[in-house]
Design a protein around this ligand. Structure first.
Ligand SMILES: C[S@@+](CC[C@H](N)C(=O)[O-])C[C@H]1O[C@@H](n2cnc3c(N)ncnc32)[C@H](O)[C@@H]1O
Length: 224
């Protein structure tokens, strides 16, 4: 606001008319911190359950990463599913245009990879050389399973897809109670029966009115 020299009212209408400013505004007010294999216990559990499913040979598992930031989370899920030879597709969404651009590029600094098991790192990433030294790129065999799309959890209607798992992690921590409650209801309807719902370890559904059932011994994981 200071840079544009506008009052609050003027700045708000400016946001409605100027796409570039809206992108900059969203980048300023959102926190995009993420890294590969972050809070992986719940993801590991979901994938194990998919792998035990009697339908796994003929089924394509559908996953929605509903606040995917720079892509670290959907790529982490994808490489673990691929490693087991499961068939899957991932919808990865975020409100921020800028993080989605980074996600679609799939190029990362090595320090984001500290939790990735070495065999998976070697198998599913290409080491950068020359000007890309110190960076790493996700291989096409992984990225082709993921569609990145802009989506506002608060205002956009949920896709008409029944997902086997929805990850909505480390984003509701920035929402107020009522907003979080609305979002978890919206996501519930996009989840297939017995589908999994994961939130961040620092988040909670406590005191919210909902029908998710907690998964025993796995914090932050629920089932429909
Ligand atoms: C801290 S990151 C979490 C990334 C990842 N889920 C993880 O756990 O590492 C939070 C992300 O939520 C996104 N976000 C914030 N508000 C949102 C909204 N209303 N709809 C969709 N995404 C939103 C931000 O742009 C940011 O990329």
């Amino acid at each position: 606001m200071r840079m544009t020299n506008k009052s609050l009212k003027e700045y708000l209408s400016f946001l409605y008319t100027d796409q570039r400013e809206l992108i900059d505004f969203i980048d300023t007010v959102t926190t995009n911190h993420s890294f590969f294999f972050r809070e992986n216990k719940s993801i590991e559990y979901i994938i194990q359950q998919f792998n035990l499913s009697p339908e796994k040979e003929k089924k394509e598992f559908k996953i929605w990463c509903a606040a995917c930031s720079t892509g670290d989370e959907p790529y982490s899920v994808a490489i673990q599913l691929k490693d087991l030879g499961l068939s899957f597709s991932i919808l990865a969404t975020d409100i921020s245009h800028t993080v989605l651009e980074t996600a679609a590029r799939g190029i990362y600094r090595m320090d984001k990879m500290q939790n990735v098991p070495l065999p998976l790192l070697h198998r599913f990433f290409q080491q950068g050389t020359g000007k890309y030294k110190g960076q790493i790129k996700v291989r096409k065999e992984i990225s082709r399973h993921i569609v990145f799309k802009k989506f506002n959890l608060i205002s956009d209607p949920a896709p008409q897809i029944q997902f086997d798992a929805i990850l909505c992690r480390n984003v509701m921590i920035y929402f107020d109670f009522q907003t979080s409650e609305k979002v978890i209801h919206k996501l519930y309807h996009a989840l297939a029966p017995k589908g999994y719902f994961a939130i961040g370890n620092a988040e909670s559904l406590m005191n919210m009115n909902h029908n998710y059932i907690p998964v025993k011994k796995i914090p932050s994981l629920y089932i429909k």
